[in-house]
Design a protein around this ligand. Structure first.
Ligand SMILES: CC/C=C\CC(=O)SCCNC(=O)CCNC(=O)[C@H](O)C(C)(C)COP(=O)(O)OP(=O)(O)OC[C@H]1O[C@@H](n2cnc3c(N)ncnc32)[C@H](O)[C@@H]1OP(=O)(O)O
Length: 719
């Protein structure tokens, strides 16, 4: 785990724990033993710590946090390094993160490759840098910079690390050779002043002011998160307390965090996201045994908001795009829109001017579908109508080369039905982007009964290439994301029963959702839902009215229709569930008129309103969603519960520190969730989504409450 060798006067300790040299107990033991050996070897004048492979060290082994602690801690190794009488130099390539950076900070010198990155990402795992990082970094960078770096978890480039004294020298050539040259230049120099423990924290007397300012910022930026606040407390300790007392404070706050539900959820989320890329189909094909096809060029059909956003994603990743619209006027509008997005990125410093020009050069607009004949992949993003899509796919099938993949950006429609319009159903898949497509990181890739493993591998890999988090779903109505989302439905029923939309939004935002559902509805426009409901009613031969209480044997609430019919179409008309001041249209303002409309609606329908608690709001909105999640698992629509949670985090901004609805259910307790679902099913028999899932019933009837890692790993065996 740590290769030790002596090379002339240098002991080289090479961390060798692929893939990212995480600090497992074998690594810490290896480092500790290596330092002792080097100290005992008279021929050794200096010690170099370096990483084997593509990184120096990605920090503590995250998988070990939920297991009992064994072996030596990072601080034990760190103290041995710092107190060494021979100089210890860390040579950083790739990344030095978390515990990896802490090891580097225990060293007397740090040199780095120019592309190396440094940081304390622990907050993203609900933790703090618990191996004295919060006490040592301020001694190098000063308090405000340390507070910003540690609470944000961001990565610093080598130049910035030099600026703050984290790195002593950036080197250009072979890192180990440069480390030896550097070591030669410092052998024999005194080490005392290089031991961070002995350094004073600059401007320690101003720490309370720095703390107050940083706390305000942290509460605004990282609402609901505990770890950044704990980080600030220990950094304050670094200035107010003697070194060892500060270290003790850090340890105690670290212990609190590591046992917190937030950290459990965030660590789970780290692995959930990575595991979404490791897909497996029911026939055994998987990411491990399937090669993706080549995507060197793409076409996007339909250049509306979604199509343009998708084109932006492809172009940014260096994939030339043929953009197809019905006429030149629409094409021109789309091209202007796309360029505006690129200009915005340039203004924000996220894109260079040259990159913008390169992207624009790779974009070709056309009104002729035939122009897509040579592309490797087509993504259709036209109006959500099955017949229309089938027509387009039938044409594409004739025009495109036989190897081309044909994808649809549908958010609900059956991929099998779309594929049936072609002679190549194996090459048809869904690529469901979330709006705005150039910003939202999720792509829900959908396979049908005939989609080939190669096509699945191709769309999953394409998602990765364009910087998205790709999650795989089997085709069904609404796929994982839209099928499962019952928050809007239940929220409207709750309003009808007595809650205010503004209270519901506040409760869900306090829970951690970034935006309440009524604000979301106003943002997307009330016309969207109104049209879907009208279509449904038309298909059933029903005429919807203000008095409609049931549709297709399901509870129906006509309030949203009423608002739409009153011209309250959301932000675009200045009024929806909220009202909007034209001077500040992004700020929703609660509207008494809406409360009157609700009151009148209930009076007309003879609905007796009642008090509704925050707990009921959360249960009704989330448990209905969770119940559907279990049905999605039962039907193999999602391969694993963590895929569902990744979709919720990236598609619906579910708070990452709660893991996702499936993880949340597990933390509440599956039995309790099941009991409440049964209660709501008995209370609301006309809402199918309360019909309890069989899988949940089986899991809940198990004698022990099953922790998430067990049922997540074993859930399929319960079917
Ligand atoms: C007392 C406690 C002291 C200190 C606390 C800590 O140090 S907490 C840990 C802090 N470090 C991190 O949070 C780093 C997390 N890792 C990353 O940011 C990225 O993985 C990294 C290192 C930038 C590499 O990114 P890349 O995109 O190249 O690879 P990927 O993320 O897919 O990771 C590859 C596989 O490595 C696993 N992994 C990564 N980091 C760790 C880790 N610290 N511990 C354990 N495992 C880690 C990751 O899950 C991937 O595994 P795979 O099975 O291939 O999916």
């Amino acid at each position: 785990m740590v290769d030790y060798r002596v090379d002339n006067q240098f002991a080289v300790l090479e961390i060798n724990n692929p893939p990212v040299n995480a600090l497992s107990s074998d690594v810490t033991i290896g480092l500790y033993d290596g330092i002792l050996k080097a100290l005992q070897d008279d021929s050794v004048q200096a010690v170099i710590i370096i990483g084997k492979g593509k990184v120096f060290c990605a920090g503590a082994d995250i998988t070990a946090f939920s297991k009992p602690i064994k072996g030596l801690g990072i601080t034990d190794v760190g103290h041995a390094i710092e107190s060494s009488s021979k100089p210890v130099i860390s040579a950083v390539y790739g990344v030095a993160l978390g515990g990896g950076l802490e090891i580097a900070l225990f060293c007397h010198y740090r040199i780095s490759d120019k592309k190396a990155k440094f940081g304390f990402p622990e907050v993203q795992l609900g933790l703090l840098p618990g191996a004295e990082g919060t006490i040592r970094l301020p001694r190098l960078t000063g308090l405000p910079v340390a507070m910003e770096i540690i609470t944000s978890g961001r990565q610093l480039g080598a130049q910035e690390a030099v600026k703050y004294g984290i790195v002593d020298k950036i080197v250009e050539n072979d890192l180990l050779q440069e480390a030896k040259t550097f070591a030669t230049s410092i052998i024999g120099k005194p080490l005392d002043s290089l031991r961070l423990r002995t350094k004073k924290v600059k401007n320690a007397d101003l720490v309370d002011k720095y703390y107050d300012d940083a706390l305000k910022e942290v509460k605004r930026k990282y609402k609901g998160l505990i770890a950044p606040v704990s980080c600030l407390k220990t950094i304050r300790g670094s200035a107010k307390l003697p070194y060892d007392a500060a270290a003790q404070l850090e340890r105690s706050l670290f212990t609190e965090l590591i046992t917190s539900s937030q950290s459990a959820a965030l660590r789970y989320s780290f692995f959930a996201e990575r595991s979404a890329a490791k897909w497996r189909l029911p026939n055994g094909a998987s990411s491990a045994n399937t090669k993706p096809g080549t995507v060197g060029s793409a076409a996007v059909i339909g250049a509306g908001t979604m199509g343009s956003g998708i084109a932006v994603c492809l172009l940014r990743a260096g994939i030339p795009v043929t953009l197809v619209e019905q006429n030149e006027k629409l094409l021109k509008a789309a091209q202007t829109n796309i360029d505006q997005i690129f200009r915005g990125s340039v203004q924000l410093g996220k894109m260079t001017l040259e990159k913008r020009q390169e992207c624009l050069r790779m974009l070709q607009g056309t009104a002729q579908l035939e122009k897509v004949k040579d592309v490797d992949i087509v993504i259709e993003a036209i109006f959500e109508n099955l017949k229309l899509k089938q027509e387009v796919f039938a044409k594409l099938d004739k025009i495109c080369k036989p190897t081309a993949f044909l994808c649809s950006n549908t958010s609900t429609l059956d991929i099998d039905k779309i594929a049936s319009a072609t002679s190549r159903p194996d090459k048809v898949a869904g690529t469901h982007f979330f709006a705005p497509a150039h910003i939202m990181r999720l792509v829900e890739n959908v396979y049908g009964s005939k989609t080939s493993p190669e096509t699945v591998a191709t769309v999953m890999e394409l998602g990765r290439k364009i910087g998205k988090v790709s999650v795989l779903s089997k085709t069904c109505d609404g796929f994982i994301a839209n099928r499962m989302n019952k928050i809007g439905v239940e929220a409207v029923y709750l309003v009808e029963e007595g809650a205010s939309p503004y209270d519901i939004d506040q409760i869900m935002e306090d829970f951690g959702m970034s935006m309440g559902v009524f604000k979301v509805l106003d943002l997307s426009g009330l016309d969207v839902g109104w049209r879907i409901r009208q279509e449904q009613a038309k298909a059933l031969g029903v005429n919807l009215t203000a008095e409609t209480k049931y549709l297709n044997a399901e509870r129906y609430c006509s309030l949203p229709d009423k608002l739409y019919e009153l011209g309250r179409n959301g932000i675009k008309t200045g009024r929806g569930w909220y009202r909007y001041d034209p001077a500040n249209p992004r700020k929703p303002i609660p509207d008494l008129d809406v409360l009157d409309i609700i009151q009148t609606h209930c009076q007309n329908l003879g609905i007796k309103r009642r008090e509704i608690t925050a707990q009921e709001v959360i249960e009704r909105c989330l448990y209905a969603t969770i119940n559907e999640g279990f049905k999605i698992l039962e039907e193999n629509v999602a391969e694993k519960p963590s895929d569902i949670d990744v979709i919720w985090q990236y598609g619906f901004a579910f708070p990452r520190y709660r893991g996702g609805p499936m993880f949340y259910a597990s933390q509440v307790g599956l039995r309790k969730v099941f009991e409440r679902i049964c209660y709501y099913h008995a209370t609301f028999p006309y809402s199918k989504h309360w019909l309890p899932s069989d899988l949940l019933r089986k899991l809940a009837s198990s004698t022990d409450e099953i922790p998430i890692n067990q049922w997540m790993n074993n859930w399929s065996s319960k079917l």
